[in-house]
Design a protein around this ligand. Structure first.
Ligand code: ATP
Length: 413
């Protein structure tokens, strides 16, 4: 059977993955064999998310009625029912749902009616609390299909420590990253000297280690020194896979979806208030604004190094009519040239324009020239892929340390 839960937390506390971890233990104690625990990230652009739009799916074998009762009891005991925006959903299905609903919730927007229709069609057991919105994520989790996946080990805090400052030794996290990267990633951000894997929100998570296999994340975890933890859970996850991205075409992008788009840089990047960098990308005469926001730190230098004529592919969500960049591939660099009036051969002063299509004139000696000075500028970037730093990375975004999948590379060739 597949057990799905979602929408159990609020900004003030709790985390659906924690309830998943507790449930895994309660199921095992009840004689229900847990085969896999999945942390399923859904469309990062939904407005109702608390933090990272996560849902949980537990694959298990045993008494279905008992599993449903245990799951509902666990959610009723632990979910933040008092929070206005918390609307839990529980699903248990003996039939593997087709992945369509998962892909819709991952890349698009869904409603409760659509989720219920899917659940009814397979005779799944389900319970939606309050406005039942959590049924969307719970159904998507049960329907989830991971053609590519990674792992995350989540360590949880003892209840008496919830809401207090987390005690996790910083040096041990840097050592964990140094020893196990690129098999694990995003424990820390070396370049920006920041710890990434320890949240600052008042939920039960102590830290999370992401990586390519349970063995590697456990190895990284073995270096971490921290306050005593309550328990930990290794999740199989679609994090770090780019599962949210689909190929997109400028002019046909839809709000709140995430794309990989090929185009030509159409104007020099500019840095606006707050340090956000923006530039236009063009394809077939249609343009879209691309944004590299301030939190993407050094990635903005890559954006700033682009010039008109560069052929690139851009990955990111289309929001507020701009593509918010997660990574970019430089396919072909244009020649960057600076054109300006020549220096007067007679007196060494720089000439000025003599008027439209009239060439240049020396204001000192009156000499004339038709040709401007063309200066080839050295390019500061090379063809290849560039990404935002770990501090700015979205859960679903695939780190370059994992390589670039063929369908993305093809767009850049
Ligand atoms: P956390 O990750 O910390 O557990 P969260 O960020 O996952 O919290 P939720 O509290 O689960 O946020 O809220 C997300 C809500 O959005 C859920 O009710 C979920 O069912 C719903 N939802 C998820 N994906 C979609 C989608 N594609 N369209 C519409 N609603 C969605």
């Amino acid at each position: 059977m597949w057990i799905g839960i979602d929408d159990t937390d609020s900004p003030a506390g709790m985390c659906t993955t924690y309830i998943g971890a507790v449930l895994v233990r309660r199921l095992a104690r009840a004689g229900i064999r847990v085969v896999d625990a999945r942390l399923v990230r859904l469309n990062p652009n939904v407005i109702h998310k608390t933090r990272g739009n996560a849902a949980v799916c537990i694959e298990a074998e045993g008494d279905v009625e008992a599993a449903f009762a245990l799951t509902c009891a666990c959610v009723e005991e632990l979910a933040e029912f008092d929070a206005a925006e918390t609307n839990p959903g529980v699903v248990v299905s003996e039939i593997r749902l087709p992945p369509d609903f998962y892909y819709a919730a991952l890349r698009d927007f869904c409603n409760v009616g659509e989720a219920v229709e899917v659940l009814e069609s397979v005779g799944a057991r389900y319970r939606g609390y309050k406005n039942r919105r959590g049924l969307i994520g719970a159904t998507a989790a049960v329907a989830s299909d991971f053609p590519d996946w990674t792992y995350e080990l989540l360590a949880y805090r003892k209840r008496e420590n919830w809401g207090t400052r987390r005690q996790v030794d910083r040096e041990s996290l840097f050592l964990a990253e140094k020893t196990t990267y690129p098999h694990t990633w995003d424990t820390v951000d070396q370049e920006n000297d920041v710890v990434v894997c320890v949240p600052h929100t008042p939920d039960p998570v102590l830290f999370g280690i992401r990586g390519e296999s349970p063995a590697w994340i456990r190895k990284a975890r073995s270096y971490v020194r921290s306050e005593e933890q309550a328990c930990e859970q290794v999740y199989t996850t679609n994090q770090g896979t780019d599962a949210h991205l689909v190929p997109g075409k400028i002019g046909e992008l839809r709000e709140g979806r995430s794309y990989l788009v090929r185009g030509m840089v159409a104007g020099f990047p500019t840095t606006g208030p707050g340090g956000h960098v923006s530039f236009s990308l063009e394809d077939d005469g249609v343009e879209v604004r691309c944004m590299a926001y301030e939190p993407t730190k050094g990635f903005r230098d890559v954006a700033r190094a682009l010039v008109p004529g560069d052929v690139v592919v851009m990955a990111g969500s289309y929001k507020g009519e701009s593509l918010n960049l997660e990574k970019l591939g430089v396919c072909r660099l244009a020649e960057a040239v600076r054109i300006r009036p020549p220096v007067c051969p007679a007196c060494g002063k720089r000439m000025t324009s003599a008027g439209a299509a009239k060439g240049y004139k020396c204001r000192v000696c009156g000499a004339r020239s038709r040709e401007p000075e063309v200066e080839r500028q050295e390019r500061l970037i090379r063809p290849g892929w560039y990404e935002v730093p770990p501090t700015a990375r979205r859960h679903l975004a695939r780190p370059l340390a994992r390589g670039v999948p063929a369908w993305q590379q093809v767009l850049c060739d």
